[in-house]
Design a protein around this ligand. Structure first.
Ligand code: AMP
Ligand code: GLY
Length: 429
């Protein structure tokens, strides 16, 4: 039996703990710091994600056999290096390998060196703002500007006019919005197409793929309005046909793993490839060094296998022993947010109706931003809940309907959700 520690506090980590709980080889299951939803499947421990030493000490004293890291920040800060130096097994990339997400400039240069398809680009630092402005003045729009460092989803802006691009460059370089994350930037070509998220669990050499998913990043139906952390997801995504997946493996996943090995930064953990399906084939929009949120909530329920075994094999260089099987099912996650998100929103609203969701509905509610206040579950974040329907043997259309039937049972003041999650997938059916 393995004792497992999950690190994180959102919907992704609730889905991880929920799936790990189903594993027959898991003994004690902990989550730091967790949330009220996670508390129903794991023991929550009050250690913040930034306290790497505290997490390490906890793992040692509680005989943790495998630590699974949800968010990118501890990875980019070197939690894997710290745990491995102390002889602990942990699922995630090292600090050097996490640069694929931690530095957009590293990722772009890496892709160029390794002939991995991505948007054409230039990079500039704060000392060369005039060059950046001159470049933008000659570049067609739309153009995409990206801060080099981690920016919690606020680091990429698709600019539809030169004026907007010049303003964004100024914002990034002055550091008012993103601090030092924007002191170096990428200016890149706009790629037209539809996006998909592809996840590989890898030990650095061998890998297994999860079902491809699609996120819905914009706040409003029809992909309109501001970017968010993700308003919902569904999987499998029919736009990623088996032929396309072969290309993604051959042109993106395998050269990335090989390149990272040959550059002395072997990549273990979950490689998240955000793909744009363009007229010229699949191209990388971005790499992330972790699972996606809310994609995790739909890809994990589709795994017909033991997640603890899979993650342990990847963390101990044994992924070659794995085969990945998927349930014949569709999964749809609709995120309910606080009113006003992604701008200012209120917290502390009591959430009603959670008890009306019963297992027979084939629905699980993953908590993202909730807390317990006086024995009641209240809102405590922008993205509050991920209402997830898993339709075994069902079509996507029916699964979307059961997700929304459950969403309608849950209410709180200001609750908002998109009403078209998964609809993209129906067009191609
Ligand atoms: P990123 O933070 O790199 O994932 O970018 C956030 C979002 O901006 C992506 O999910 C895309 O919708 C959009 N985006 C980023 N780069 C490009 C690009 N080169 N062309 C078109 N859209 C992009
Ligand atoms: N769903 C987007 C992300 O996790 O970055």
């Amino acid at each position: 039996m393995m004792n497992i520690l999950v690190i994180g506090a959102g919907g992704r980590e609730h889905a991880l703990a929920w799936k790990l709980k189903q594993s027959t080889c898991v003994g004690r299951l902990y989550c730091a710091p967790g949330n009220p939803g996670i508390a129903s499947v794991a023991e929550c421990v009050d250690i913040p994600m930034g306290d790497l030493d505290g997490l390490y000490q906890f793992a040692r004293t509680h005989k943790i056999d495998l630590t699974v890291v949800g968010p990118e920040i501890p990875l980019v800060n070197g939690i894997v290096d710290l745990f491995e130096a102390g002889g602990l097994t942990i699922f995630g990339p090292s600090k050097a390998a996490s640069a694929l997400e931690g530095s957009k400039i590293f990722a772009k240069h890496f892709m160029k060196r390794n002939a991995i398809p991505t948007a054409a680009y230039e990079t500039f630092d704060r000392a060369h703002e005039a060059d950046a402005r001159a470049y933008i003045l000659t570049h067609p729009v739309p153009v995409v500007l990206k801060a080099d460092g981690l920016a919690a989803g606020k680091g990429a802006v698709v600019c539809h006019s030169t004026g907007e691009a010049l303003r964004v460059v100024q914002d990034f370089f002055t550091g008012n919005v993103l601090g030092d994350a924007g002191s170096s930037i990428v200016v890149e070509e706009f790629m037209a197409g539809e996006e998909a998220s592809v996840f590989a669990f890898t030990d650095g050499t061998q890998y297994v793929l999860l079902e491809p998913a699609q996120d819905h990043k914009q706040i409003f139906d029809g992909d309109k309005g501001k970017n968010t952390g993700g308003m919902g997801a569904y999987a499998p995504a029919p736009i990623v046909t088996s032929q396309l997946l072969e290309r993604i493996k051959n042109e993106i996943i395998e050269p990335t793993l090989a390149g990272m090995r040959s550059e002395g930064r072997p990549y273990r953990g979950c490689l998240y490839a955000g793909i744009m399906i363009t007229a010229d084939g699949p191209k990388v929009v971005e790499f992330n060094c972790r699972l996606g949120d809310p994609e995790t909530q739909v890809v994990l329920p589709l795994i017909d296998g033991d997640l603890a075994e899979i993650l342990y094999a990847c963390s101990t260089r044994n992924a070659g022993s794995l085969t990945m099987r998927s349930h014949d099912a569709a999964a749809v996650c609709v995120v309910i947010t606080s009113g006003g998100y992604p701008d200012l929103y209120e917290s502390g609203q009591p959430i009603h109706g959670l008890e009306r969701i019963v297992p027979e509905d084939g629905v699980v509610v993953f908590h993202a931003g909730t807390k317990t206040d006086g024995g009641k579950c209240v809102t405590a974040g922008g993205r509050v809940l991920g209402v997830t329907a898993v339709g075994y043997g069902h079509e996507l259309r029916e699964t979307i309907a059961s997700a929304y039937a459950a969403v309608k049972k849950i209410t709180f003041d200001g609750a908002y959700y998109r009403s078209d999650i998964g609809v993209k997938g129906l067009r191609l059916h």
